[in-house]
Design a protein. Structure first.
Length: 477
C-alpha cells in the first residue's frame, strides 16, 4: 500500500512538472519560428499523458505489465513517442543548422524507415514478447526475391547513397548532367530533380547520374566565369577596344569587380578582330540575364565610341583602296605639320622633313618604342599618347626618368650610328610618333643647326637625371 501511495504522489508531481516544462519549451520554439514545436506539443499532449496512464495502470491498478491493456498503452506510447522523436531530431539536425540545402531527402527517408523498423521490432519483441527469429528468416528469403525483382530500384538507391557520400553536388547547386542543366531541388531515394531556367522539372535516376559526367557550376566556388567572343573592325586599335569593353563590364550590374574582368585578342578572323571577354558573376543562375544586359550595353558603347561591329562578308577589291590610303596620308600630313611646328623648322627646309622615309608609327600600350642597348638611329617625336623614359640602376632595376607627352622628343641622343641607348621608351597608352630617319635628321641639322642645339639641351638634362638616379641607387646599395 505504501508503494502505491508513493507511486501516486510521484505521478501527481512529475506529470504537471513535465507538462509545464514542455509548455515553456513549446512557447519559446514558436517565438523562434521552429516547425518542430509541433513535435514537442505531441510529446506533451499525448506521450506524457499516456506514460502517466501506463504508470497508473501497472502500479495502482490490478493490471500487470503482461496484461493486454498495459501492452496496448505501452505500444501507443512507443508509436507516438517515435513520431515525436523523429520530428524533433529532424528539426534539431536540419532546421536549426540550416542544413536542408546540404542533406538530401534520401537520408531523411532512410533514417525514418530505420527508426520505424527498429521501433516495430522493439515493440514486438519487448512489449509483446514475440520471437522474431522466424520472422528474420522469412525476411531473409523474401529479401532475395525482392532484390531480384527490384534490381533497378535498388541500383538507384545505392547509387544515390554513393552520390551523397561523394557529394559532387548538393541541393541548390547548378549542375549539368547528360545534356541537362538546372538547379538541384531534391535528391530522394530514386532520383535527382533539376529545375531548369525554363521552370521545367527534370527527373534523373541515380543510376543515370552516376554513369554520366557531372559539371557543377556552384563548386568549388559560387561565383562563375563567363566567356564571350565578340568581333570588332580591324580599323580600331585593340587597346582602345579593350578599354571600352572593360568599361562596359564595370557598368554592367551582376559582373563582379573581383576577380577582375579580362579582355584579350583571340583571333584575326576574316571579317573582324575577335576578342575573348571573361568576367565573373556571383551566381550561375543569373548568367543569361547578365549576358543579355552586357551584350545590350556593348552595342550602345560601340555606337558611342564609333566602333564597328562587322558581320561576315567578302570584299572584292578591283582597284587600290584609294580612300583608305588618302585617310592614312591625311593623318600623316596632320601629325607631320605638328612635328614641324614643334621643331620650329623654317619653311625653306620643310620639304626635307616631308621626304620619303618620314613615317607615322603606332604603338600599343606596354610596347617599347626604344629598347635598351639597341642602336636606334633617327629622331622620334611623340605626336599622341604618353610615354615613359626608363633607365637601369646599377643593380639593373628599371627606373623612370620622366613622362613624355605630345610634342616631346623620345630619343636620349641624336644617334650618330656608334652609340647605343642607355634608356628605353615605353608607351603607357596607345601612342603615335613621327619618325625621322638618320639621313633626314643630318640634312635638317645641316640646313637648320638650331635643331641640334635644341635637342642637345634636352638630352643633357636627361643625362643629368640618369646620373642622379644611378648615384642614389649606388648609395642605397
Amino acid at each position: 500500500m505504501g508503494g502505491s501511495v508513493v507511486s501516486l504522489v510521484a505521478v501527481l508531481l512529475l506529470f504537471p512538472v513535465a507538462v509545464v516544462v514542455l509548455g515553456e519549451i513549446i512557447i519559446r520554439l514558436k517565438v523562434e519560428g521552429r516547425d518542430y514545436a509541433k513535435s514537442v506539443s505531441l510529446a506533451r499532449n499525448v506521450v506524457v499523458p499516456l506514460l502517466a496512464i501506463y504508470f497508473l495502470v501497472t502500479r495502482l491498478g490490478n493490471f500487470g505489465g503482461d496484461h493486454d491493456l498495459s501492452k496496448l498503452v505501452l505500444t501507443a506510447v512507443i508509436i507516438v513517442g517515435l513520431a515525436a522523436v523523429m520530428g524533433i531530431i529532424n528539426g534539431v539536425l536540419f532546421e536549426t543548422s540550416n542544413s536542408t540545402q546540404k542533406v538530401p531527402k534520401l537520408f531523411l527517408d532512410l533514417g525514418r524507415i530505420l527508426v520505424i523498423v527498429v521501433g516495430i521490432g522493439f515493440t514486438l519483441s519487448y512489449v509483446w514478447g514475440k520471437d522474431l527469429s522466424s520472422l528474420a528468416t522469412a525476411l531473409g528469403v523474401s529479401s532475395i526475391v525482392l532484390g531480384l525483382a527490384l534490381q533497378d530500384t535498388l541500383g538507384n538507391l545505392f547509387n544515390g547513397i554513393t552520390l551523397i557520400n561523394e557529394r559532387p553536388f548538393q541541393v541548390g547547386d547548378f549542375i549539368e548532367v547528360d545534356g541537362h542543366a538546372g538547379r538541384v531541388v531534391e535528391v530522394n531515394w530514386r532520383a535527382v530533380r533539376l529545375l531548369t531556367r525554363e521552370r521545367d522539372l527534370i527527373v534523373l535516376p541515380h543510376i543515370k547520374v552516376s554513369q554520366s559526367a557531372i559539371m557543377n557550376h556552384s563548386q568549388p566556388e559560387v561565383h562563375w566565369a563567363q566567356k564571350l567572343m565578340l568581333g570588332f573592325s580591324y580599323d580600331h586599335a585593340p587597346n582602345f577596344v579593350k578599354r571600352v569593353m572593360l568599361e562596359v563590364c564595370e557598368a554592367t550590374p551582376g559582373i563582379m569587380a573581383f576577380p577582375e574582368p579580362e579582355v584579350k585578342v583571340d583571333d584575326f578572323a576574316d571579317s573582324a578582330v575577335v576578342y575573348e571577354i571573361e568576367y565573373y558573376i556571383e551566381n550561375y543562375g543569373l548568367h543569361e540575364d547578365v549576358k543579355n544586359d552586357f551584350m545590350t550595353r556593348v552595342w550602345y558603347a560601340a555606337k558611342r565610341n564609333g566602333i564597328d561591329i562587322p558581320y561576315p562578308q567578302v570584299n572584292i577589291h578591283q582597284e587600290p583602296q584609294l580612300e583608305k590610303q588618302a585617310d592614312e596620308d591625311n593623318a600623316r600630313s596632320r601629325h607631320l605639320d605638328f612635328a614641324i611646328k614643334m621643331l620650329n623648322i623654317p619653311e625653306d627646309v620643310e620639304h626635307i622633313a616631308d621626304e620619303k622615309g618620314v613615317e607615322l608609327l603606332s604603338y600599343g600600350e606596354g610596347e617599347n618604342i626604344i629598347n635598351y642597348n639597341i642602336n636606334n638611329t633617327g629622331l622620334y617625336l611623340l605626336v599622341s599618347g604618353e610615354v615613359q623614359l626608363l633607365t637601369r640602376s646599377a643593380a639593373g632595376v628599371p627606373k623612370m626618368i620622366s613622362e613624355l607627352h605630345r610634342g616631346d622628343f623620345i630619343n636620349q641622343i641624336l644617334q650618330t650610328g656608334s652609340r647605343k641607348n642607355i634608356v628605353a621608351a615605353k608607351a603607357t597608352e596607345d601612342s603615335e610618333v613621327i619618325y625621322f630617319p638618320q639621313e633626314i635628321v643630318r640634312r635638317l641639322v645641316n640646313r637648320y643647326p638650331q635643331l641640334a642645339h635644341r635637342t642637345e639641351e634636352i638630352m643633357v638634362s636627361r643625362r643629368q637625371q640618369i646620373k642622379k638616379i644611378k648615384a642614389v641607387t649606388e648609395n642605397q646599395n
